[in-house]
Design a protein around this ligand. Sequence first.
Ligand code: GTP
Ligand code: MG
Length: 372
Amino acid sequence: SDGMNAQDLGKILHREPAEIVKKLFMLGVMVNQNQSLDKDTIEILAADYGIGAEEKIEENISDIDTLYDQEMENTEHLENRPPVVTIMGHVDHGKTTLLDHLRHSHITAGEAGGITQAIGAYQVRHSDNVITFLDTPGHAAFTEMRARGANVTDITILVVAADDGVMPQTIEAINHAKAAGTPIIVAVNKVDKPDANPAHVTEQLAEYGLIPEDWGGDTIFVNISAKFGENIDELLDMIVLQSEMMELKANPDQAAVGSVIEARLDQGKGSVATLLVQQGTMHVGDPIVVGHTFGRVRTMTNERGRDLKKATPSTPVEITGLNEVPEAGDHFVVFPDEKSARAAGEARAKEAQMEERRKTNHVTLDNLFDSL
Ligand code: GTP
Ligand code: MG
């Protein structure tokens, strides 16, 4: 054939040929519907419909995730960092009771008043150690976060009620932890109850490879009562012990990178995101790219709503100042200046838009030329 004309292009792009001709006219190309078009013209037109820029934009996208990966693997100036702990377990086995107990009795810096804000992550102090807890995300959210490449948890606390034993979501939690490669500490809960049978729980868990040390295995088991605060200090001791064996380290002397724990739109504050700093130190005023959005860290607060000037590795913070609301599991990277953050952020936003167009058009530059 003579090549492609406005009619052919219209069919592929699901547009009226007249619209194509008009668009070409606006681009300075005068043709009728049947005149064949050269390759350059098609490319310019395609770009106008958002086709063909994919490669360039995909480079940008991987730049952010590559940057995150690179920074996460940085081995310079490593210092100890607190462990990041997630509590999982079957419905009603006592996860919230345990978290609430920790919130009120073990708040950081020994300040009174407890946690005033509902935030998805917070730190507790245990003797000289700090431990970061993530509020149990629903199992679905956990799976999604992992699917998005966010492995933020170092240690999983598996809560099993001693009067109920191993249940379906107990097994699900074990599988999540195994898939994420995090060690499990078993908290056998509700041991205060008359019908509690911790030995039975141990027997059941052995079937899943979770065997306590005094049975010849290497899994830490702690009997607790979340409701009455019994043995919680022992549980925290075990978390510290486990984290010391893991030698968790990060470099605080670099620009911050990390992951989104949760985010929402607030009527007054705009986009509010809970971020976990995983490497480096974050400061108020930092230009930042988060998932498909970007901005500047306008305010940074901890779980008690207290303003922070900086946040070191394993610190969860709530920030404002982002253009849009990112998604849980998105990575963030702090940039040296606002201009480059904006460029990277806009490229990512454009990519999302392209993706949307690609879905509706099913056309790429390649298959456009293939059909010539
Ligand atoms: P979901 O969020 O629904 O999955 O449940 P959960 O795992 O958060 O359980 P939650 O902390 O809400 O506890 C469920 C019930 O068990 C509540 O009535 C608690 O008071 C009770 N409970 C939790 N821990 C203990 C405990 O150590 N002893 C006793 N006797 N009751 C407990
Ligand atoms: Mg709960």
